[in-house]
Write a new protein. Sequence first.
Length: 313
Amino acid sequence: MKMIGKGAFGKVYLTMHRKTGKIYAMKCIRKDVVIDQDFFESLKLEKDILYNVEHPFIVSMDFVFQNDFRIYFIMEFIKGGELYRHLSKMKRFSDEETRFMIAQIALALGHLHKKNILYRDLKPENVLFNEDGYLKLADFGLAKMTQSKKDQSNSFCGTPEYLSPEMIIGNGHDHTVDWWTLGVLLFELLVGITPFFHRNNHRMQYLIQECPVTFPDKSKLGFEVSPVAKDLIKRLLEKDKTKRLGAVNDVQDILSHPFFDGLDMEKLVRKEIDPPYKPVISDDLRFFDKNLTSMSGDTIAESMIDKSRQKLI
């Protein structure tokens, strides 16, 4: 019906099941790109996560199939779009709003860690807003399966602003890499920018490895991050992964921090709490890229057919 996303391995379309009328997001992945970039094992893991991992804050998949040229993931459609677009609109969120969001993401990451899965790509673009005001973690293209929490991975991946010190150094990372990225996201939701951002990528990597996190001056920005939020951010952005919050008891360490005091986690999982930030979500796809959604269904279909013909030739 509409194109709603575009990435390195393919595109995402809004589709409707002809018999049930249910709306889905269809991720189309090009096989030639998967083969060229040796992405098969990662794609298989992504399929297994989407198809088998059941959690209220993780996107699920109902169908998967393929043809000669593409693999298709048919996933639940999350109307609210990316957290990134909401953050761009709001500039920053309050402590209460951020607490509600970060708790859900932490629970989702903790669930993955129990299954020995490292997420490794947390950022506002990979967190989706559902119409009920709750969040869903999406896009498992960089996820990694390990044998246990003690296992180390040495691959270099992620978004530059969210890279952890151990990822940059290349001396091995474990589940605590996800808690580093949670600290970066927490900072970004409260402040509106990532903690070590610099236009020069090499300088940014230096800041991540060597410099402590600093907070904006209240006189310049008109607000101040609360002391309890600052403490959580500093503990998550501990450069030594063995001392980082979450290194010992994983998600329990995170949710036991005073920042989450007063938030009933059991009610949160059951979605019995009224979200402090609940965007008005309609059927006009306002939270998706207009350059993509402006394409008609016929244009999309013709484009897909033409490309398949070219590939066949």
